[in-house]
Design a protein around this ligand. Structure first.
Ligand code: ADP
Length: 243
């Protein structure tokens, strides 16, 4: 881990989707404040499951989740959202029949009883994403894949989270759109947000990341500062092909 104390930690977590399966086998991940931490590994190694545990969708059987040193293991996803943790889930998560604006409002549902605050947050988001503002009355389902992904990212920002958990942001996108999405993630890092990122696009994720963890078979494999991985990443990926 890098010099500053981690903001979000998953400590020695054991988790699975049923009593009989073991998907995470004593996994530890730490995200330093204001940095991008990438979690890489072959398919099925437990990356998305780690994000689900960090967001509270799945309770660990053993181990703890800490936010800024406080134990939040027993908190719900809603409570984690209130604490400033936001998740961009894998796959399409916009509502196609709803407009861009309505989709953004849904991202701010915690403030649904404070209409003025919610509207302000939506307008702030449009200021940040002028291209989305031009599309505000369009149904999300009519947007291109790249526009939808930007909308999904924008929606995770409505409540102004300090920690972003991002699952496979580049999946299904053409290379030029992957670049656009990653430029956006870079800007979020420049804002000082803490990002924990999972992506099959290892090159893109590693390029953005300050720190890299790798998982294999639901266990921690190698980890270190991104520079420490320079020149080694190819070997690491080749080792996954043998798994
Ligand atoms: P990765 O993100 O590294 O591809 P996942 O965390 O998605 O890996 O999956 C790890 C393991 O957990 C896989 O064996 C997968 O089949 C299993 N798994 C993932 N999601 C579920 C689920 N909802 N129910 C049961 N098993 C699941």
């Amino acid at each position: 881990m890098s010099d500053s104390a981690p903001l979000l930690q998953m400590q020695d977590v054991v988790a699975g989707y049923s009593d009989s399966d073991l998907v995470l086998n004593h996994v530890t991940l730490e995200a330093a404040p204001g940095k991008v931490t990438a979690v890489l590994g072959p398919n099925g190694s437990g990356k998305s499951t780690s994000l689900r545990v960090l967001y509270g969708f799945l309770s660990p059987r053993e181990g703890r989740i800490l936010l800024d040193g406080s134990d939040i293991t027993e908190t719900s996803p809603q409570e984690r959202l209130e604490l400033g943790i936001s998740l961009l889930p894998q796959g399409r998560s916009t509502f196609p029949e709803m407009t861009v604006e309505e989709n953004l409002e849904l991202g701010g549902w915690l403030w649904r009883h404070d209409r003025a605050r919610l509207r302000r947050a939506v307008e702030d988001t449009f200021e940040r994403y002028p291209k989305l503002a031009d599309l505000r009355k369009r149904h999300a389902g009519s947007l291109s894949g790249g526009q939808q992904r930007i909308l999904e990212i924008a929606r995770t920002l409505i409540l102004d989270p300090s920690v972003l958990l991002i699952d496979e942001p580049s999946v299904g996108l053409a290379p030029v759109l992957v670049n656009e999405v990653y430029q956006d993630l870079e800007a979020l890092k420049d804002d000082g947000r803490t990002i924990l990122l999972v992506d099959q696009n290892v090159q893109a994720a590693a390029h953005l990341a300050d720190y890299i963890y790798t998982l294999a078979y639901g266990k921690n494999d190698v980890h270190g500062d991104t520079e420490a991985f320079e020149g080694q990443l190819g070997d690491v990926i080749r080792s996954w092909l043998r798994i």
